[in-house]
Design a protein around this ligand. Structure first.
Ligand code: ATP
Ligand SMILES: Nc1ccn([C@H]2C[C@H](O)[C@@H](COP(=O)(O)O)O2)c(=O)n1
Length: 418
């Protein structure tokens, strides 16, 4: 069967921009009636869909990232690069991400770029052209000549019940047991040698974890978007409660973080997931003799991963109660999770006062209101334990007193020296 024939059972989603509904279409052997949305998408220029190919998930994820940078760098003005994905409606793990190229340049420049990519291999390129009757046809130049005689028409497809970008979240963006995240880093240890160091640290902590038994003191996690005041509050809480302050990712991974931050979501998120297991072992050890305050933990890992994976608006997030928001069964659960919430204006004011270099994700937060809303909403949907939202707009001392009140209400903790 030709590659194009195999893709006939799939639906394509093209995202014109993050704020509007995507356009869905499928391939069929029969033409369909004219459709305004498709005409707006295809227009009169030439169109290509490009997907990276890979033998395994690590290679596919890295090839997709390389393809994006190649296309972004090489495409001249007049060409438009849109995110696209193909999927089997409501079938988990069926999503394949790619790009749509709209070429309205006078010199058909995209065609040259695409031909070059095709020659290099490891990409699948479909070309879309307008037929004599005004319908749109899809072809694959890699097909045998006889197969190329067959006609594949673009036909509109209905929007699926679940947004397609939610289909692959489990075990690609969010990991629900240590062994799944561990496996990802094992699979990439040839191409990313730093993975071995992470795996060794996880192993060492797990061995130690077996000798730790009881958890007597409360474990309080402080969560929130960047610049919401986590560092300020966790340091104050540490002093006020005589607590041990921990972070996720833990200090022992700090030097490896930039390496994994530059990798595609599959690898990056597996790294952060494993960081939580190392922090969990530290929490188990420390909470046997003092209260523990943790600056970020699993809520952050899951909320950022979900918000990045789910394209478009907040409404596209998995529904409240979805399994996607469940806590991993093998990860130590904290006693309390507090989510610091500040208004967008106050957060920006704090970010600008701080004046530090921002990570790429932080800059994205600043310009991307939609993304920030999705992270915030995902935080609130995570269950068992769910987070308690704290108004963190007031002064540092006011926020501290508020949080101490919440903690003391639940646990009979004394301030040192009182
Ligand atoms: N309650 C507050 N009122 C006013 N300013 C605050 C408050 N809490 C923190 N800040 C200031 O806001 C800035 C960000 O605070 P902080 O570093 O504690 O946030 P954060 O959540 O740890 O950020 P990140 O996650 O990016 O490290 C700092 O300059 C800090 O002094
Ligand atoms: N436990 C954690 C901590 C952090 N992350 C990711 C999520 C963001 O991309 C980024 C934010 O961290 P910061 O810049 O505030 O240090 O790190 C995570 O996934 N899990």
């Amino acid at each position: 069967m030709s590659r194009l024939a195999q893709w006939c059972s799939r639906v394509f989603m093209v995202e014109i921009n993050q704020k509007t509904e995507p356009i869905y279409f499928a391939l069929s052997s029969t033409p369909s009636a004219r459709n305004k949305e498709l005409e707006a998408l295809f227009g009169s220029g030439k169109l290509f869909s490009v997907h990276a190919l890979g033998d395994d998930r690590v290679q596919s994820a890295r090839s997709h990232a390389h393809l994006k940078s190649a296309l972004t760098e090489d495409l001249p003005p007049g060409c438009q690069l849109l995110d696209t994905a193909s999927f089997l409606p409501d079938v988990k793990n069926s999503l394949v991400r790619g790009f749509f190229l709209r070429d309205n340049s006078v010199l058909s420049s995209a065609e040259r770029v695409v031909t070059h990519l095709r020659q290099k291999g490891s990409v699948c390129v479909f070309t879309y052209t307008r037929g004599q009757n005004g319908d749109y046809l899809c072809s694959d130049e890699a097909d045998e000549p006889a197969e190329r005689e067959r006609r594949y028409y673009v036909t509109p497809a209905p929007a699926p019940l679940r947004h397609p970008s939610t289909l692959n979240i489990i075990n690609s963006d969010v990991f629900y047991q240590m062994k799944d995240a561990y496996k990802v880093l094992q699979e990439c240890s040839d191409v990313i040698p730093e993975s071995k160091a992470v795996l060794e640290l996880v192993e060492a902590q797990q061995l130690e974890l077996n000798s730790i038994h009881d958890e007597r003191f409360p474990v309080i996690v402080i969560e929130g978007l960047d610049a919401t005041g986590k560092t300020t509050l966790t340091c104050s809480l540490q002093k006020a409660l005589g607590a041990v302050l921990l972070k996720s990712p833990p200090q022992c991974l700090a030097h490896l973080r930039p390496r994994f931050d530059s990798e595609p979501p599959l690898i990056r998120r597996a790294f952060y997931a494993l960081g939580n297991y190392i922090t969990a072992a530290q929490i188990a050890r420390e909470s046997s003799h003092a209260p523990v305050i943790a600056d970020r933990y699993w809520h952050s890992t899951a909320a950022y991963a979900i918000a990045t994976a789910v394209s478009g608006r907040e409404e596209n997030l998995p529904a409240v109660g979805s399994e996607i928001y469940e806590w991993p069964h093998d990860l130590l659960r904290p006693s309390m999770v507090l989510l610091l919430s500040v208004s967008p204006e106050e957060r920006l004011r704090r970010l600008s006062h701080r004046g530090l270099d921002k990570t790429e994700e932080e800059s994205q937060l600043e310009i991307n209101h939609l993304f920030r809303r999705k992270v915030d909403e995902a935080y609130k949907r995570i269950q068992n334990p769910a987070c308690i939202v704290v108004d963190a707009n007031p002064s540092p001392d006011h926020v501290l007193q508020q949080v101490l009140g919440l903690i003391r209400n639940k646990y009979n903790l004394q301030t040192p020296g009182h």
